[in-house]
Design a protein around this ligand. Sequence first.
Ligand code: ATP
Ligand code: MG
Length: 402
Amino acid sequence: MSVTAMSALGEPCVLLKLGEVVLKGRNRELFESRLRANIKAALKEFTVDIRQRHGVIALFLPKGTGVDVAEAVARRVSEVPGLVRVNLAWRVAKTPEAVTEAAVELIKERDEVARKARFAVRSRRRDKRFPLRSNELDRLVGGTINDTYGLPVDLKNPELTVYIEVDRDEVFVFTDGLPGQGGLPVGSSGRALVLMSGGIDSPVAAYRMMRRGLRVDFLHFSGIPFTTSESIYKAYALVRRLDRFQGRSRMWVVPFGKAQQSIKASGQDRLAVIAQRRLMLKTAEEVAHRIHAEALVTGDSLGQVSSQTLTNITAQDHAVDLPILRPLIGLDKTEIMAEARRIGTLEISELPDEDCCTLLAPRSAETRAKIEDLKQIEKRLDAEELAVQLADSLQEYKLEDA
Ligand code: ATP
Ligand code: MG
């Protein structure tokens, strides 16, 4: 972009539209300050000045900041849950002339302009002292754009929209931005522990709960010493990817191979998978207590595999006292995969690995596990004690700074 273009456009900044936070009544300030703290942490590599406006957060950048940096800020902040829209905007002087000039300049190189797309201008006047009313400003700017580029106006169904927001000290001019993640700020709903395999589902489940305001820690069960460390690397790579949504993620690994062997030795082949899942949950509950997590999260989806029939899910609920959150319970695999692709975990999940679960793959698994039968196995294993021992064998994997 040329220097003259820059000056017509004013200074770049980033405008953030808040999501559900705005529906909060008296707690709203709490949610908003959490959101600002999360934004600040996500943008620690940039110099930004975070200003709270009514229903909007503005990120001001140092004078002379280039468009590329402003775009990088916009992309990074769009990963922070709690925002519905992220707009790269231009701050211009509070005069109708400056606003018109910026709007014309802003859309100059857009494909929509070359295609002579139908357009609309939408103004909002937060400061009523501005000399033109919203509809007058719409008409002035729209008329000039129409004269300059010959674009047809279409207020109902525009292909290109120019937004103008008249604020207290300046005017913001922008076009359609990036979608945000929606949801609530991470940390506003408490803390949970995600049972994280290397598969497709559990990372999506983790993402969904972060987006509902939970800060999550991750627990992975590896087949060590009977498998390689591959599954750990995979879980680690997934956690790293998911860390973009919350920051400061922690991951723990429990070597689970020997416990699986004991389950196998109990001779109840058809129940082995459910027995193992219950032991994972009991261990996770023990870990959750130690890190003050208030819920467990899994990637279960009803009926997806035999361990996820209604009876078997119920048998898992009975293994622990903590609530087990299953955000994917009603989703199809194709829907889960589409979300995994969007959040960037699918390509990691699809890498080959030796999951600990392949150690226990009976020819046919029980779809209606009886709690009494499971309790028999657990009595022989001394499952409660085993879960404490497994929790003691926990290893933490620290995320290095990316
Ligand atoms: P995923 O794609 O997440 O592996 P899945 O469809 O393979 O799920 P299961 O293997 O039945 O389903 O696992 C159901 C849930 O149990 C997982 O979503 C995860 O929360 C938990 N889980 C399974 N294996 C492990 C593991 N090795 N470590 C931690 N959690 C696990
Ligand atoms: Mg799995």
